[in-house]
Design a protein around this ligand. Structure first.
Ligand code: PAF
Length: 289
């Protein structure tokens, strides 16, 4: 595996690879969710590039940039083990040299709702860094986890609107055995908060079961009540939206996604489900309450 730290070295390493490039951008502190994206890229592409960059532009002033977990040696070994060919690990100065003055922003229709309403500037930070990374790596396919559904939706729209020659692939959510969606931020959770955090995935399982024989609004109200019954958890939103435009949904189905965000102590967690009992998240139906 090659490790490169500058854009120029990356471009030189990636000239015309056979089989196309699959790219998995990350902020490091890798877990099985990232590994499954890297394995998918390994299966589907000739060359696999991963990046590790904790992007300061996507953190708000009161968010966890300074304490975001980092372990480069461990991440590097995990990338190597899964068959990553090139690991791009730039410094902040490499990505944002003095005078950097450009921002990529996607319309508020997609970025001013859900997490975007609570994290002003977050998606502009994500779109800006991903646009730069896509230009550096020039992949055939770039892989993003469904756990960050809104991020995947925003980046798909950006890539389409700006004619990036890259397919923005959405990889399935990887969960712990008890249903908690994997996230680098799970490492922040106390033992009590770890138990309370199970309510996120369980509320989505409840919702998925209920929409089979209840109107969507009623099912959402039941799932919301279940979340609000846990005092350690402060619910930010539980919403069902149209998966394409992120506008309010009126009925469940393969084109509807329900998203949840909650604060547990100082940790913010998110999760989501495609509201189709026969869809990719059907296993959530089996989660207990
Ligand atoms: O999902 C993430 O880890 C980040 O938002 C990403 C896509 C690597 C951009 O910094």
């Amino acid at each position: 595996m090659l490790i490169v730290e500058t854009g120029a070295a990356l471009r030189a390493a990636l000239r015309a690879p056979a089989g196309g490039i699959g790219f998995v951008p990350t902020m490091g502190f890798l877990h099985e969710g990232h590994m499954s994206l890297m394995r998918q890229a390994r299966r589907e592409c000739g060359v696999v590039v991963a990046s590790i960059f904790v992007n300061p532009k996507q953190f708000g002033p009161r968010e966890d940039l300074a304490r975001y977990p980092r372990d480069f040696a461990r991440d590097r070994a995990m990338c190597e083990a899964v068959g990553v060919d090139v690991l791009f690990a730039p410094s902040v100065a490499e990505m944002y040299p003095p005078g950097f003055a450009t921002e990529v922003s996607v319309a508020p229709e997609l970025t001013g709702v859900l997490c975007g309403a609570l994290r002003p500037g977050h998606f502009a930070g994500v779109a800006t860094v991903v646009a730069k990374l896509l230009n550096l790596v020039n992949p055939e396919r770039a892989y993003f986890g469904q756990k960050d559904f809104q991020q995947w939706r925003v980046l798909s729209r950006m890539a389409r609107d700006l004619a990036f020659p890259t397919e923005i692939v959405r990889g399935a959510i990887v969960r712990e055995a008890d249903g908690l969606a994997m996230s680098s931020r799970n490492t922040y959770l106390s033992a009590e908060d770890r138990v309370a955090a199970l309510r996120l995935s369980r509320s989505l399982g409840l919702l998925l079961r209920r929409v089979a024989d209840h109107p969507l609004a009623e099912a959402l109200a039941q799932a919301r009540a279940y979340l609000e019954a846990e005092p350690r958890l402060s619910l930010q939103y539980l919403s069902a939206v149209d998966a394409e435009h992120l506008g309010p949904a009126t009925a469940a189905g393969p084109g509807t996604v329900a998203l949840v965000a909650a604060q547990l102590g100082s940790t913010r967690l998110i999760d989501n489900v495609i509201l189709d009992p026969h869809g990719p998240d059907a296993a959530l139906c089996a989660l207990p309450l």
